[in-house]
Design a protein. Sequence first.
Length: 407
Amino acid sequence: MNDLLIRRARLMDGQGTVDIAIKDGYIVAAGNNVAGSARQMVDASGRLLIPAFVDAHTHLDKALTATDGGAGSLEAAIEDFQRRSKDIDKNDLLARGRQVLRLALRHGTTAMRTHITVSENLGLRGIEAALELREEFAGKVDLQVIAMFSGPEPEPAPPLKELLEEALRLGVDGLGGAPHLSPGMQQWVDYIFELAGKYDVPIDLHADETDAPSVASLEYIASKTIQAGYQGRVVADHCCGLAAVDEATAGRTIAAVKEAGLSIITLPSCNLYLMGRNDKGLVRRGVTRVRELQAAGVNVAYASDNIRDAFRPFGNANMLEEGLITAQVLQMGTPAELEQVMKMGTYNAAAAMGLQDYGIKVGARADLVLLDATTPAGAIIGQVEKVCVIKGGRVAVRNDKKSDIII
């Protein structure tokens, strides 16, 4: 007997409806009129079934700390967090992270990657809290923890190196940082690759989050990835400077990104809010060249980034909402383009995070969302309800007028 049977579901890029049978957390059958009984049945009634959303770039340590008006610029937001970090305690980090993860689950996200700052002010409190949340939400939201560090110094200081090594020993899932913020960008990138290789973990770096026409860090990350043999294990986020460079420079850089097998994560909602604040007249929007990257065959995803903090006072841990913003700013509005946007928040994001057995196919993990729409375009434009969220083959959330989180 199957554990769960979903009847008459419409898939993202399929025709007609299918039945999905689930047992022991995995999809065991998919097709028309799947035979067999099940302990639980969901009648999709022709509505859209998608693999669960994957939010591949967040900052749980900063989330829900917004003050009135926000910080007003990227630099001011960074300073605000550095100032506050001395007084942030672990219980506060746990409470805010727990709230965001529950909200994300309600909105259909069952996998998330969070960048957690490691600094002399914050120490490892953020890492310890995130690792506890990873355990607490196991079976509900698969949380990857990235230790993020950076600074204005030309190269990482010994105390910071010690903290980072300890974070790796504690079991973080990967290494990150914002090396473009340092005048010694290459030294920071070199050290991150060296340490990641030592512990055999993936790398996820903020790159060129600037209004200036600069691709220095993105190009160097691509080059270093090839040199280190790390193809397919490196993500570059933001890449705002790529949108400001000339066409020849952009083409050269995108070719290098493709050769290095980098995944790119664009964060439109946050970068729209933060970037171009000093521009007069034609204001830059700060969103990278998604269309050109996709045309070159680069894996591109979108994600939430900052949620109600000094960097951005908005955000609901809602990937369908983030998809609408992404589609509008990228001017992707045809049915085919909106399907592509939906895949950026599901399949593409899963690839960026290295998730295995993802999707809607026999043998895949049964992490699914039933949307109250029949097409990706209808779901994104209508911002429809997530009728139910299925995690590991179990109905984790049913949404109507009141959310009921079961697991």
